[in-house]
Design a protein around this ligand. Structure first.
Ligand SMILES: Cc1cc2nc3c(=O)[nH]c(=O)nc-3n(C[C@H](O)[C@H](O)[C@H](O)COP(=O)(O)OP(=O)(O)OC[C@H]3O[C@@H](n4cnc5c(N)ncnc54)[C@H](O)[C@@H]3O)c2cc1C
Length: 416
């Protein structure tokens, strides 16, 4: 209490409807979604969006589904992303050294593309440019929060930024978009179940000796899955997941030696790998919050669930969290942090969240298994899938989510 009195004595309290902690891929998208809705928003982010140390907008590339494209169109940033986006016109899934493989073609499904591959830095720059012109959204970056206290009335905390003195803030709702190690989640008393996959992903762009045709590859190998995604302007973004010891060895290799190992694992279907960009590594875990809401608190994106990148679903799912929460808040007639609103949001997201988490986790387990019977079934599964147009149609629809109401933005409609 004495602390609160002292903080207030230092300056007036700033009041907001919604405080968003974390301005990475999901938090920045959510805050931008509330621009112009009349909701007063404060966004706090620790690392400047153009900093080399930004953990969300780093060297990775992200595969966005069509629903995510529509959400970005609704947020008004797609025109800035499109010139840097590579269309995924085909998907090729295979298992190294086995017979089964599955091919999906966008034109066979009657769609232009399954999705788009865009560098994370490009998405970050577009989001933050949008935020600079946003109405009703104030940002503090680089900044951190201290003394976060959440009560039944709202959240209170101090913002410490490089650009100004400490500010005391009160909001009716706090939105945790601060990633897998969410400080807000802990402050709200929400626990997370964490399962270590005992794998580390190495992400790196590669240049090939021939142009790509818009095919995205997923290849399962005995030492872990390799994803190879086409990039705008040529080349591929690669993600190779392997056991931590093996990943450490791979990270220590010269570029040429790493390219050789990658080529051997992946094969030659995309041509010869001739040049490697910077490698970055990510330990892989499934971190699932035990609840996505608590009094005056909502978790979205990685703060709610951090997934294995095997199916490229983590951000797409988090963006649907952001779009639906923005829709609920923009449509609120009274209190944006009311328990009933938060409960409705949590229920509305449960099917999609549960479906994507299960789908991704079972892919990791199915394709991680070297038990002979399992690998035979897996290959038969790929073969059956390859021969089954309805199964392919189903998969092509996955971008809208795994159930529950699809956000209006994801359906190409305005927020309200
Ligand atoms: C190798 C790899 C490849 C992937 N590829 C894909 C893909 O192709 N498609 C896909 O859909 N998903 C993909 N993902 C998943 C995707 O990267 C995540 O889902 C996404 O980053 C989640 O965004 P987020 O904003 O919730 O969290 P984060 O990206 O973790 O961002 C959190 C943000 O919060 C900030 N922050 C943290 N703590 C605080 C604090 N206390 N105060 C203020 N700010 C704070 C951080 O600086 C950061 O900016 C991939 C993941 C990996 C590891």
């Amino acid at each position: 209490m004495a602390d609160l009195i002292e903080r207030r004595a230092r300056g007036a309290t700033r009041e907001f409807d919604v405080a968003v902690i974390g301005g990475g891929l999901v938090g920045a998208s959510f805050a931008l979604g509330l621009s112009g809705t009349g909701v007063r928003v404060l966004l706090v982010e620790t690392v400047a969006p153009d900093s080399a140390a930004q953990p969300s907008f780093d060297e990775r590339t992200t595969a966005l589904g069509n629903a995510s494209r529509r959400i970005f169109q609704g947020l008004g940033i797609w025109d800035r992303l499109a010139p840097e986006a590579a269309e995924i016109r085909a998907i090729h899934v295979s298992d190294a050294g086995r017979f089964g493989c599955a091919r999906l073609s966008a034109s066979e499904q009657g769609i232009e593309a399954f999705g788009y591959v865009i560098p994370n830095r490009v998405i970050g720059a577009a989001l933050w440019r949008g935020l600079a012109a946003a109405h009703g959204v104030e940002s503090r970056v680089p900044a951190r929060i201290e003394n976060l206290a959440i009560t039944g009335e709202g959240a209170e905390f101090t913002v410490v930024s490089e650009s100004g003195g400490p500010e005391h803030v009160r909001s009716r709702l706090v939105v945790a978009a601060d990633g897998a190690h969410s400080l807000v989640r802990t402050a709200a008393g929400i626990e997370a179940d964490v399962e270590d996959y005992d794998q580390v992903a190495i992400a790196a762009p590669v240049v090939t000796d021939r142009p790509h045709d818009g095919t995205a590859y997923e290849r399962f190998t005995p030492s872990g899955p390799v994803a190879v995604l086409p990039l705008h302007g040529g080349g591929y973004g690669t993600v190779w997941a392997s056991a931590p010891g093996r990943a450490a060895e791979l990270l220590a290799l010269s570029d040429a030696a790493y390219l050789g190992e990658l080529q051997e694992r992946f094969g030659w279907r995309a041509g010869r790998f001739v040049r490697l960009g910077r490698r970055a590594s990510y330990p892989l875990k499934l971190a699932r919050a035990c609840a996505t809401v608590a009094p005056r608190t909502v978790l979205i994106g990685n703060a709610a669930q951090a997934l294995h990148p095997i199916a490229g679903q983590g951000f797409n799912l988090g963006l649907r969290d952001a779009a639906l929460l923005a829709e609920f808040i923009a449509g609120a007639t009274d209190d944006v942090g009311a328990p009933a609103l938060l409960q409705r949001f949590s229920e509305a997201r449960a099917l999609d969240r549960g479906g994507v988490v299960r789908f991704t986790d079972s892919l990791v387990r199915l394709f991680g298994s070297r038990i002979p019977g399992v690998s035979l079934l897996r290959n038969l599964g790929l073969l059956v899938f390859d021969l089954s147009p309805p199964a392919k149609r189903e998969l092509a629809r996955v971008s809208l989510g795994f159930g529950g109401p699809a956000p209006r933005l994801a359906r190409g409609l305005p927020l309200k």
